[in-house]
Design a protein around this ligand. Structure first.
Ligand SMILES: NC(=O)c1ccc[n+]([C@@H]2O[C@H](COP(=O)([O-])OP(=O)(O)OC[C@H]3O[C@@H](n4cnc5c(N)ncnc54)[C@H](OP(=O)(O)O)[C@@H]3O)[C@@H](O)[C@H]2O)c1
Length: 314
C-alpha cells in the first residue's frame, strides 16, 4: 500500500469521502435544495462511503445542520469530519485559532451536527496570528475530553506539519490535489512516510474535470469557482480544457464518467489515502463513488500526468 489509511478508533474510512461544501449552498456555490442535499448524503452512504467532510463555514452552518438531520439513526456508521479556524465576522470569513475560540467553535459544531463527538476535527487554515502548534494543542485537549476522536490539519506545508507532529499526533491532512494542482505532492509523500492519512480536495477542480464546462461559464463574482478554484476564466480555463480532454478520452475508452477518471488518477498517486469528492446530487455522488473501483493502467496514468501542473505552493 503506498498510502496510510485513515483509521479512527478501529473504523477505517472509505477512500472516497463525501465533500459537503456545495451542499451548504450559500454565496460560495449558490442554493442547493435541502431534499437534493439529503438524497446526496443518502446516495453516498448507500455506495459505501463512510467519510463525510464538512465545515462550519459551508453555508454558514447549513451543511453541518443538514448532516445533523440526515445522519439521525446512522451516526455511528459514519466518520464525521469537520473543521475549526474560520469564523464569520460581519458576514466575512476570518481566521480564529485562539484556544478559547476553538473550544466554542467545537461546541457549536457538535450542536449543529446533533452529536456528542466529532471523529476528525481539523484546522481549516493556519491563522497568521496563532502558531499552528499551539492551536493543534487545543485540539489535543478536545481529544482528551472525548469531544473529538482525532486531529487533522488542512492546507499545510511539510514544515508546518513537521512542527505540529512534534507535540500533537495528527491523523489526517487535507490539501488540494488534482490533475490541475499538484502542488502538495511533497505533503502527501511526508504523510505516507509518517503514517498520516492524506485526503485530497478539489480533485474535480470544483467540477470542471467532470467535462461539463466546454464553454466558459458565467459565474457570479462570489462563486467559489471564481475566487477559490480559478480554472473558470482566462487562460486557466483553456489549460483546464486541455487536461479535461485527456480525462474525457480515457473515460470514453473505459466507458466510465470523466469525474471517475479524474478521481481515480488522484487515488493512484503516492501517499494519497483518499479523495473528498464534492457532490451536489445523488447522481454525482454515485458517479464519484465508482472511482474507487477504477484502476488506471500505467500508460493511462502517464497520458493524464503529462498535463499536470507541478508548481510548488508554500
Ligand atoms: N479544507 C479545505 O480548505 C477545503 C477546501 C475545499 C474543499 N474542501 C472539501 O473537499 C470537498 C471537495 O472539494 P470541492 O467540493 O470544493 O470540489 P470538487 O470535489 O473538485 O468539485 C465538486 C463539485 O463538482 C461538481 N461535480 C461533482 N461530481 C460531479 C459529477 N460526477 N459530474 C459533474 N459534476 C460534478 C459539483 O458542482 P456542481 O453540481 O455545482 O457543478 C460539485 O459540487 C469539499 O466539498 C469540502 O468538503 C476542503
Amino acid at each position: 500500500m503506498n498510502f496510510a489509511p485513515l483509521i479512527i478508533q478501529g473504523q477505517q474510512a472509505s477512500r472516497i469521502g463525501l465533500g459537503t461544501w456545495a451542499l451548504g449552498g450559500g454565496n460560495d456555490w449558490g442554493p442547493t435544495e435541502q431534499s437534493a442535499a439529503v438524497e446526496t448524503v443518502e446516495a453516498a452512504l448507500a455506495q459505501g462511503i463512510n467519510l463525510i467532510d464538512t465545515a462550519p463555514v459551508y453555508g454558514d452552518g447549513t451543511a453541518e445542520r443538514l448532516l445533523g438531520k440526515a445522519l439521525t439513526g446512522r451516526r455511528r456508521h459514519v466518520l464525521l469530519a469537520t473543521k475549526c479556524g474560520i469564523v464569520l465576522k460581519g458576514g466575512r470569513p476570518d481566521h480564529d485559532l485562539r484556544a478559547e475560540s476553538i473550544y466554542a467553535q467545537c461546541d457549536a459544531s457538535l450542536r449543529r451536527l446533533q452529536t456528542d463527538y466529532i471523529d476528525l476535527y481539523q484546522i481549516h487554515w493556519p491563522d497568521p496570528k496563532v502558531p499552528l502548534e499551539q492551536a493543534a494543542q487545543a485540539l489535543a485537549r478536545l481529544q482528551e475530553q472525548g469531544k473529538i476522536r482525532a486531529v487533522g490539519l488542512c492546507n499545510v506545508g511539510v514544515e508546518q506539519l513537521r512542527l505540529v507532529c512534534q507535540n500533537t499526533p495528527v491523523a489526517c491532512v487535507q490539501n488540494p490535489f488534482s490533475l490541475l494542482d499538484n502542488s502538495r505532492r511533497d505533503v502527501a509523500q511526508f504523510c505516507r512516510e509518517n503514517n498520516i492519512a492524506f485526503y485530497a480536495y478539489g480533485a474535480l477542480g470544483g467540477g470542471i474535470l467532470s467535462g461539463k464546462y466546454r464553454q466558459m461559464p458565467n459565474l457570479r463574482r462570489c462563486d467559489a469557482r471564481r475566487y477559490f478554484y480559478k480554472y473558470y476564466f482566462g487562460t486557466s480555463f483553456e489549460q483546464a480544457q486541455t487536461v479535461g480532454r485527456r480525462v474525457q478520452e480515457i473515460a470514453a475508452q473505459r466507458g466510465v464518467p470523466a469525474s471517475a477518471v479524474a478521481l481515480a488518477w488522484v487515488l493512484a498517486q503516492e501517499g494519497v489515502s483518499g479523495v473528498l469528492a464534492g457532490a451536489r446530487s445523488a447522481a454525482q455522488a454515485r458517479q464519484n463513488s465508482c472511482a474507487v473501483q477504477l484502476v488506471l493502467s500505467g500508460p493511462e496514468q502517464e497520458f493524464l500526468s503529462t498535463t499536470v501542473k507541478t508548481e510548488k505552493a508554500e
